[in-house]
Design a protein around this ligand. Structure first.
Ligand code: PSU
Ligand code: MN
Length: 317
């Protein structure tokens, strides 16, 4: 019995008209995650930021498509009411790619991480995704083995991921090693370095740098023409005026990670616990930097998706 002959339940994708029209016309669309709305920032900052992120994608020249799971259906694009509901409803679970099937099969609701948003993006035919901070290899992973499924999903979903590197609370060196091991291209845009979310640099050089959006679009298409089943990571640093001072935030992160260990916080809950602790310790400076880097990255995502759509049009003429 081949895989193709095994019957699969159809995945219920619900497109907003704007996203459906853009995809039908071959116009650029950038998929966005919803976990960063429900778990990344407190209400109402999260709703305001989600709206600014969508506006930034438009400013970049593309249509935003915030992804979420709602009553067993995959939302491909959210209305303003959807965003408000996801931002203000407590207890919406974080759904990563391993959780997606069970949540859909049980008619559940959930906020998609980078990983599950990529699964939905590929199913929906959206080739670009943007979020500021991807999950990565957590500090201490040499004993906890806590490695975000985001990294594995990059090897499986044919979606270009535009981000500002990985969150500072992670082990960025091990994250870069993992990406190399799994043959995930990391292309830096606008900097020689792999950025660290709300800090401009992780201190690590990126393996490749391309500043021209058309060259990046060609690299993405070439990666797929080579038969690679996965995506490409494109990094763009936060703007200097939005960056948070590295020493300021590093001390807070180290304290927060110790606090998480002391409180027995492990696995998927670590990210939210540490991000919130750092926000308190930096009197909100990290939250403001978090919001700024999300918005700026989304605009870059729009610009790069637009360049890719132009390339696809040229090729298909
Ligand atoms: N980056 C942020 N804030 C976040 C996340 C990433 O700045 O909330 C979320 C994303 O949804 C990412 C997830 O997919 O954290 C990774 O979580 P974990 O390490 O448990 O896989
Ligand atoms: Mn984890």
């Amino acid at each position: 019995m081949t895989l193709s002959s095994r019957r699969h339940p159809p995945i219920p994708l619900v497109f907003t008209d704007e996203v459906a029209d853009a995809l039908a016309a071959g116009d650029p669309v950038v998929a966005l995650e919803s976990n960063v709305i429900t778990h990344g920032l407190p209400y109402p900052d999260n709703a305001a930021t989600a709206r600014k992120v969508e506006d930034a994608v438009r400013a970049g020249g593309a249509v935003p498509a915030t992804i979420g799971i709602d009553g067993g259906r995959v939302l491909v694009g959210m209305t303003d009411a959807d965003i408000e509901r996801f931002a203000s409803t407590p207890g919406i679970p974080k759904v990563s790619s391993r959780d997606l099937a069970a949540v859909l099969a049980s008619g559940g609701t959930g906020a998609t991480t980078v990983a599950s948003s990529l699964v939905a993006s590929e199913l929906a035919g959206i080739p670009f995704f943007s979020s500021a901070g991807i999950g990565g290899v957590h500090r201490g992973a040499e004993t906890t083995m806590d490695i975000s499924s985001d990294l594995v999903q990059f090897t499986r979903s044919r979606v270009a991921v535009v981000c500002a590197g990985a969150k500072k609370i992670l082990d960025l060196g091990l994250t870069m090693e993992f990406l190399e091991t799994h043959c995930v291209p990391v292309i830096a845009h606008g900097s020689d370095d792999f950025p660290a979310f709300y800090c401009r640099s992780s201190g690590l050089r990126a393996p490749q740098r391309l500043d021209d959006p058309a060259a990046i679009a060609r690299a993405v298409e070439t990666h797929w023409a080579l038969g690679n089943p996965g995506g490409v990571l494109i990094t763009s640093p936060t703007r200097p005026e939005d960056a948070i001072d590295e020493d300021d935030v590093e001390a807070a992160i180290a304290d927060a990670l110790r606090g998480a260990a002391a409180d027995g916080v492990r696995g998927g809950a670590v990210t939210k616990y540490v991000m919130r602790a750092v926000d308190r310790a930096t009197e909100g400076r990290s939250a403001r930097a978090n919001m700024a880097v999300l918005v700026h990255t989304a605009q870059i995502g729009g610009t790069l998706a637009a360049a890719h759509a132009r390339l696809k049009r040229e090729v298909n003429q």
